[in-house]
Design a protein around this ligand. Structure first.
Ligand code: ARG
Length: 254
């Protein structure tokens, strides 16, 4: 009897594990639809234009999915919840400007990068330009980002203020609640172009990073298929065109 109970418990545990298993490529192909997740609050990479989710990495992901012969379905959640949801297999792939870091690579498998960028200092005062200039200053960053991680390492920073979205970090600078904002260099470039009157000035890059999509840790069949289609779309100029549309330059890694 005891043995039976143990067996039953083991079987149950197996079933539970199976339901939270990542979908390998074959299973996604069988269903015909890949479940993609992003944030939707990080223009021009992923954002809402009215009700429509769009942006560089949204268009890239949709092109890759099509190339893979799949339909796609989007989920949008807060940046903080994206990798957690991936680990729980609530979606197949996350594309939301995650820089490839060692820490993240412990919990997820990254695809090849779809752009190369880095964190840049943005301020209103022209004298705040370099990492050294951040000493004694208050700096705004989005929670859970590589910007937070790197600003923490800058010696002498008075305070790092966390915001749930990058836009909220930006408005903190706009209303002078902080001295500087650290964000992606292409986000900063777009912001300066779109709102020249805001008086934002870009300073140095604090660090560089390769930005990639992520799949559940070890879901290599999906990562491989994604990479293959992405490469083909780089080669045929599709990715370059999407990049030009949003940035007037090629943001892919050279
Ligand atoms: N590139 C930065 C990072 O790796 C920021 C990403 C922010 N993405 C977003 N969808 N808000 O953490």
């Amino acid at each position: 009897m005891k043995m039976l109970k143990t067996l039953a418990a083991a079987a149950l545990a197996l079933c539970a594990a199976a339901t939270v298993q990542a979908r390998p490529l074959a299973e996604i192909q069988k269903s015909g639809t890949i479940i993609l997740a992003s944030e939707g609050q990080y223009a021009p990479f992923n954002f809402f234009k009215g009700k429509e989710l769009t942006g560089y990495e949204i268009e890239v992901a949709e092109a890759v999915a099509k190339k893979m012969g799949l339909k796609y379905e989007w989920k949008t959640v807060g940046f903080d919840a994206l990798l957690t949801g991936l680990a729980q297999d609530r979606w197949d792939l996350v594309i939301a400007s995650h820089g490839i870091t060692e820490e993240r690579a412990k919990a997820a498998t990254f695809t090849d990068p779809h752009y190369c960028s880095g964190g840049q200092i943005v301020a209103l005062k022209p004298e705040i330009r370099t990492a050294a200039d951040l000493a004694g200053k208050t700096v705004a960053v989005q929670t859970g980002t590589s910007y937070l991680q790197h600003v923490k390492e800058v010696p002498g920073v008075k305070e790092v203020k966390n915001f749930p979205t990058d836009e909220a970090a930006r408005s903190a600078l706009g209303s002078k609640r902080v001295d500087a904002w650290v964000t992606d260099r292409f986000v900063a470039k777009e912001m300066l172009a779109k709102a020249p009157k805001a008086g934002f000035k870009t300073g140095d890059m604090l660090f560089v990073e390769k930005v990639a999509a992520a799949v559940t840790k070890g879901n290599q069949s999906l990562a491989d298929a994604w990479n293959k289609s992405f490469k083909e779309l780089v080669a045929d100029g599709t990715i370059g065109k999407i990049s030009q549309k949003y940035f007037q330059e090629d943001v892919t890694c050279k």
